[in-house]
Design a protein around this ligand. Structure first.
Ligand code: NAD
Length: 491
């Protein structure tokens, strides 16, 4: 059964939709585990259903990845690179189809979906280039008796667990470096957005990725299934992107077998605007940092910290821009903001805004939930939120911008750091010296200095504190899938 909305019924999307598990190069319906419904958040209706993997399916995927491992590791780096490059080319050629698929199951507006496809495809290109640059080291031991030879080996079978908010990019950010390093893997995408993952796996097969190198499983049994895989001695790596809460659980699971973990977790990004910022640039940056993906991004600006002298103009400008956004089904050409992922997300955001308003915060625009058809929450600006309220202490993951006023540079830094998270921060000032000093003092893995968007496959993405461990992208991304081998040698 496949029920596409009218706007996409003639798009040719139906032909790209795969709903079965991919294990060892074979598509399996996984009939023992039942099916999982996939919803269209723009309407709340069921689009189709996908296979629901059992623990047995998970073990079959581990076996397939393990069997394919030595052969894939032995493929020449240049050849692995060419295959990844073909993935980039195919994904770029089919960009519109992938954008529609992402918008259909995730709800994001088409401009965001197109941006995600371009970003996702770039990971294939970037890591095709990295595959042939895994250089080692040779040095003379300080005592002079032998040589220290260091090389990088593929870490082995890797379990990749991804969230629903970037169904393509969070997967390619792991798949591409894993394959470039010579690892085989099992991808477990979020149950909300499985269709993009399966379509990408089909594309990777077409590009020449051999059977068993990439296996894909959807399941409603994430906890037990991932736990079983992490307790199988053939698995050597976990790369997870998702919430800090689930990340903590998985770190404990991985500890039993001392599995290497890369963790891209939640954020609570401060967006700091100093009096000397260029107001228009700061507002442009704020809209990108807040509204990319309708606010459903780990990098989303969560707390706007604005210096007293510019606060009124900034608040007015932000409210005007947020009010002007057109909200509607993600795949409709007129929509600038789509729905949230599900009903629970809208209800959570609404309850946090109501809590703040009941404690005296002022809603400058928005503040309305609409669950009549689909899962919508209006772009919202709110000021005067009590310190410690959910909107400031937790990840909003929606289109709500709380504004807090500060007076001094030290106040801004203290407020910015008042969180357990440390993924990203944004700083706006025309004084570069101040901007760099503040960037260094803020506890975050990444800072956008006069920029509302930092994500780039060529740069190391990741957080400090409870936002994660390790980096994806850049040269660092491939190292997460490598073991360092030291050979002491005399000749
Ligand atoms: P989530 O943690 O609920 O789920 C992430 C993935 O883990 C999904 O595939 C889910 O099915 C799976 N999962 C859930 N419980 C599990 C368990 N017990 N064992 C194994 N797997 C389990 O997160 P989400 O709601 O899908 O995504 C939103 C979160 O992801 C936000 O906190 C966001 O900040 C974070 N995120 C972080 C980054 C980053 O790069 N730091 C990027 C995107 C999203």
């Amino acid at each position: 059964m496949l029920d596409l909305p009218g706007a996409l019924s003639d798009s040719g999307l139906a032909a790209a939709i795969r709903t079965d598990l991919l294990i060892g190069g074979k598509w399996r319906d996984g009939s023992e585990g039942g099916r999982i419904d996939v919803l269209d958040p723009s309407t709340g209706k069921v689009i189709t259903s996908v296979a629901n993997a059992t623990i047995g399916d998970g073990m079959a995927a581990v076996a397939a990845a393990h069997e394919a491992g030595p052969k894939w590791a032995a493929v020449a780096p240049r050849q692995r690179a060419e295959i990844l490059r073909r993935c980039f080319t195919l994904m770029t050629e089919r960009a519109e189809m992938f954008a529609q698929l992402i918008s259909l199951e995730n709800g994001k507006a088409m401009p965001d979906a197109r941006g995600e496809v371009a970003y996702a495809a770039e990971f294939f290109r970037w890591f095709s280039e990295e595959a042939v640059r895994l250089v080692g080291e040779v040095s003379v031991a300080p005592g002079g008796a032998y040589r220290i030879l260091v090389e990088h080996q593929p870490i082995g079978v890797s379990v990749l667990v991804t969230p629903w908010n970037f169904p393509a990019a969070m997967a390619t950010r792991k798949l591409a470096p894993a394959l470039a390093a010579g690892c085989t893997c099992i991808l477990k995408p979020a149950t909300e957005t499985p269709l993009t993952a399966y379509a990408m796996a089909a594309l990777m097969e077409e590009a020449g990725v051999p059977p068993g190198v990439v296996n894909v499983l959807t399941t409603s049994r994430s906890g037990p299934l991932v736990s079983a895989m992490l307790h199988d001695p053939r698995v050597r790596k976990l790369s997870f992107t998702g919430s800090t809460q689930v990340g903590r659980t998985l770190l404990k699971e991985a500890a039993d077998s001392v599995i290497s973990c890369s963790m891209e977790l939640g954020g609570n990004a401060p967006f700091v605007v100093f009096d000397d910022a260029d107001l228009e640039k700061a507002l442009d940056g704020a809209m990108v940092a807040k509204m990319r993906n309708g606010g459903e991004a780990c990098t989303a600006a969560n707390r706007f910290l604005v210096q007293k002298g510019i606060a009124e103009a900034f608040s007015r400008g932000l409210a005007e821009r947020m009010r002007a956004l057109a909200m509607g089904p993600g795949y409709d050409a007129a929509s600038q903001v789509g729905p949230m992922i599900n009903r629970a997300a809208v209800e959570r955001i609404d309850s946090w805004v109501r809590e703040a308003a009941s404690e005296g915060a002022k809603i400058l625009t928005g503040g309305e939930a609409d669950l009549s058809s689909g899962f919508y929450y209006s772009p919202t600006v709110i000021s005067g939120v009590r310190d410690g309220a959910k909107l400031l202490s937790d990840e909003i993951f929606g289109p709500v911008a709380p504004i807090t006023i500060f007076e001094t540079v030290d106040d801004a830094v203290a407020l910015a750091n008042r969180t357990e998270y440390g993924l990203i921060a944004y700083v706006y000032t025309e004084d570069l010296k101040k901007g760099l000093q503040v960037s260094e003092r803020i506890e975050a893995g990444m800072v956008g200095l006069n920029r509302g968007l930092v994500s780039d496959p060529a740069a190391p993405f990741g957080g400090v504190k409870q936002s994660g461990l390790g980096r994806e992208g850049g040269h660092h991304g491939i190292m997460e899938f490598c073991e360092i081998k030291y050979i002491a040698t005399s000749w």
